[in-house]
Design a protein around this ligand. Structure first.
Ligand code: ATP
Ligand code: MG
Length: 365
């Protein structure tokens, strides 16, 4: 199902300092500007909650306005006017409605409003643990290959069971081999989907980086699937049984997959400047959005928090140009109105809606 993504209306209640905000007049690119602490990031968090049922920073408890029992976000999507509504209480209770009818799982929700966040935490993609990069990769595979999620779930169940068994510390060979076999099947499938996706991603990433930062022509991405590439997954698991039993967990497999980014053969995380890292992160995120559109899965919505930080004017302008060229829906924050207004390509300015955020109130300019 291609995502019907452009938000045309948004209503936010009790998200941080946003007590009650109604946004009409949204366009494809919506800029939220205002002083520190005015509520700009909170607007992006509210949209993130609408699409993913959680915030991109902190716990749900910290997202709900102090003293209120729950927060609510309601949105209208695209020409079909699909409605999305979500309410979350401090205690974690969640109610999700699509088109007025309740839905049960977040996995069902995320197909309606695929989101990409670019913020200060996005640096984790380069400098953080492999888990952040697996999450990035799996987001992409999930949105272009719908058979992936089933295998992913099977693998998560399988590895949990196998690790429990290993932790018991007894050599229950038959039971262990049942879980090993089921893990082999889902692990191989999961890995094939990831690898196929990664191979599609690379040329898009390269093409985008050539526009964003031509001087980083030596950037290279490498995928590591989590076990020796000369071996089948079964062979790799069999080769590690003794270590698995001794330490009580499964050493090899897709749970250890990673993406390495190198620049002229050196680790990018240890070599690139902060601004260059931000450009590389933007390249990764933009490449996913482009691939999703090209594979007919619709467009993802970009939530870009404080684009100008770390970037000089020229590079802010280049990121804006890429976002404009992709025709993706964008919600973007900055401190001064002109930060984005002047960076956006002159020919695409009609796509911009400017919102001033002040003490938790948001007004269309
Ligand atoms: N649970 C909460 N209840 C009420 N207010 C909160 C809550 N959590 C945070 N705030 C306040 O909400 C305000 C908005 O925060 P937000 O992060 O959206 O600001 P911002 O406009 O993005 O600022 P900056 O430019 O510094 O990034 C802040 O003043 C913050 O102290
Ligand atoms: Mg902020």
């Amino acid at each position: 199902m291609p995502a019907d993504v452009c938000l045309s209306r948004l209503q936010i209640s009790h998200v941080r300092n946003l007590e009650s905000v109604k946004l009409e007049g949204l366009r494809r690119v919506n800029v939220f500007y205002g002083h520190n602490g005015s509520g700009k990031t909170s607007v992006l968090e509210a949209i993130h909650m609408l699409g993913m049922a959680r915030s991109f920073r902190g716990s749900i408890k910290s997202l709900v306005t102090h003293g209120e029992p729950h927060c609510t976000v309601f949105g209208v999507l695209g020409p079909a006017k699909t409605t999305l509504g979500i309410q979350r209480s401090r205690s974690g209770e969640v109610k999700i409605k699509v088109g007025g009818s309740p839905i049960r799982t977040v996995a069902e929700l995320v197909e309606y409003l695929p989101l990409q966040v670019i913020n200060a935490d996005s640096f984790d993609l380069l400098t953080g643990s492999p888990g952040a990069r697996r999450q990035y990769l799996d987001w992409g595979v999930f949105h272009v290959e719908h058979r992936f999620f089933d295998q992913w779930q099977r693998f998560q169940r399988g590895i949990k069971q196998r690790n429990q068994l290993l932790r018991r510390g007894k050599m229950l060979t038959d039971e262990l081999s049942v879980w090993t076999n089921s893990l082999v099947e889902s692990g191989e499938a999961l890995s094939r989907y990831r690898e196929a996706y990664f191979n599609l991603l690379i040329p898009r990433f390269k093409q985008i980086m050539a526009q964003l930062a031509p001087s980083l022509g030596g950037l290279e991405l490498r995928y590591r699937r989590g076990w020796d590439k000369q071996l089948s997954y079964k062979e790799a698991l069999d080769g590690c049984v003794a270590a698995d039993l001794e330490q009580g967990y499964t050493h090899v497999g897709p749970q250890r997959a990673d993406i390495r980014m190198l620049i002229n053969g050196h680790l990018a995380a240890e070599t690139l400047s902060r601004g260059q890292q931000k450009l590389a992160v933007c390249g990764l995120k933009l490449a996913q959005g482009q691939l999703m559109t090209e594979t007919g899965r619709g467009q993802c919505t970009y939530l870009v928090d404080d684009l100008p930080s770390e970037l000089d004017r020229e590079h802010s302008g280049l990121v804006c140009r890429q976002l404009a060229a992709m025709k993706a829906p964008v919600f973007i924050t900055c401190v001064h109105k002109k930060d984005i207004e002047s960076a956006w390509p002159p020919g695409d300015k009609q796509d911009l809606a400017m919102f001033h955020v002040e003490h938790g109130s948001v007004s269309l300019q």
